[in-house]
Design a protein around this ligand. Structure first.
Ligand code: FAD
Length: 320
């Protein structure tokens, strides 16, 4: 048996027998990072992923220390490859469809979409969020290239270009002012919303930001999926290089609800304490699913914290 697969101790009798010590649901930046931490602790881990990461449509990951500009799929490939070195980490392409806690033992029962059932002592939810885009023609097609959501991820790439900011509520003015740090040519498009306050209009005007309130007909893109122009229902057009938008979000999975984890009312994010444990003992959460800044590096950091918290709690239970 390779040195790394040897366990330093036997499971004490008072610790319940389970298939895994930790199951990590989701293999984006958060889940992969948690798996790395736990693999290095020689914990029996199952890492399951049943789909695509949130940034899949994007050509590059930016603002990720030492990996600035890497393709999202390449970042995942390297992370999976490096995990292969840790024999106690099992990686599976499966969706976890059901989860429940056994209150008597404090362990968890999970069901995979394959029908397989398994047990674990701890769970890390790294399931991310989904972006729900407005139903405007061209929006989905250009998402991740001509339609962007985050200036910290993509602002630098559209520096000094004519850009637009989409929004039909009062948050649009603040978002446009933020974007104006990257470009002097910013236009707000409210898509038929006309209730912007005079104060907000005045602030935008003072910073040279124009306001277009007519409904949008469609977004017209280029072959490379950059934006060419915004066409309005009244027939007018606005030539733009990119459109920024804050889409509505939804948790990617309902496992937090199945387990009874508390969620924040406004954002729907899964509440966590400073050790990234949710309101349900033994369930941890990391990455976009929590209230932290939605950045790949932050997700990775939270994943590492979840791994450390799980390992330390498991150790406490074993050494009781
Ligand atoms: C278009 C776009 C571009 C972006 N660009 C950048 C950027 O340049 N820099 C940056 O820092 N951030 C960027 N982000 C944000 C970044 O993608 C997220 O912050 C990051 O992906 C969060 O990682 P995560 O692991 O929490 O979630 P994700 O990466 O979304 O991973 C969650 C994973 O969990 C899986 N999953 C969900 N439910 C289940 C289940 N029940 N069973 C099994 N698996 C499940 C999903 O399939 C997914 O693979 C971008 C986001 C978008 C939308």
């Amino acid at each position: 048996m390779p040195l790394s697969k040897r366990r330093p101790f036997k499971r004490p009798r008072h610790v319940p027998a389970t298939d895994y010590e930790v199951v990590i649901v989701g293999a984006g930046a958060a889940g992969l990072s948690a798996a790395l931490t736990l693999g290095r602790c020689r914990r029996r881990v199952l890492l399951c992923d049943g789909g695509r990461t949130r940034n899949f449509p994007s050509p590059a990951v930016h603002n990720f220390l030492s990996r600035d500009g890497i393709k999202p799929q390449e970042l995942l490939r390297i992370s999976h490859e490096q995990l292969d070195a840790y024999p106690t980490v099992e990686q599976r392409q499966n969706c976890v469809s059901e989860a429940r806690k056994d209150d008597e033992t404090g362990t968890f029962h999970l069901t995979l979409d394959s029908g397989r059932q398994l047990t674990t002592r701890k769970i890390i939810l790294a399931t991310g969020v989904m972006d729900i885009l407005p139903t405007i023609e061209g929006m989905h097609e250009l998402w991740g290239r001509g339609v962007l959501h985050c200036p910290y991820c993509h602002g630098y790439e559209v520096c000094d270009q004519p850009v637009a900011v989409y929004g039909n509520d009062k948050s649009v003015a603040g978002f446009a002012l933020l974007i104006s740090r990257w470009s002097k040519d910013v236009a707000v498009c409210t898509d038929g919303w006309t209730k912007m306050s005079d104060h907000a209009r005045h602030r935008l005007k003072r910073h040279g930001i124009s306001i277009h309130e007519q409904p949008i007909q469609q977004l017209v893109g280029r072959q490379n999926k950059q934006l060419r122009c915004i066409e309005f229902a009244d027939g007018s057009k606005l030539s733009r290089y990119a459109l920024f938008i804050h889409p509505t979000q939804k948790q990617r999975s309902d496992l937090a609800d199945q387990l009874g984890c508390r969620r924040l009312q406004r954002s729907g994010a899964v509440w966590v304490d400073k050790r990234v444990q949710t309101s349900v003992v033994g369930v941890y959460a990391a990455g976009d699913t929590t209230p932290a800044a939605q950045q790949a590096l932050v997700a990775a950091a939270e994943g590492a914290q979840a791994g450390i918290s799980c390992n330390e709690q498991l150790t406490r239970e074993e050494c009781a």
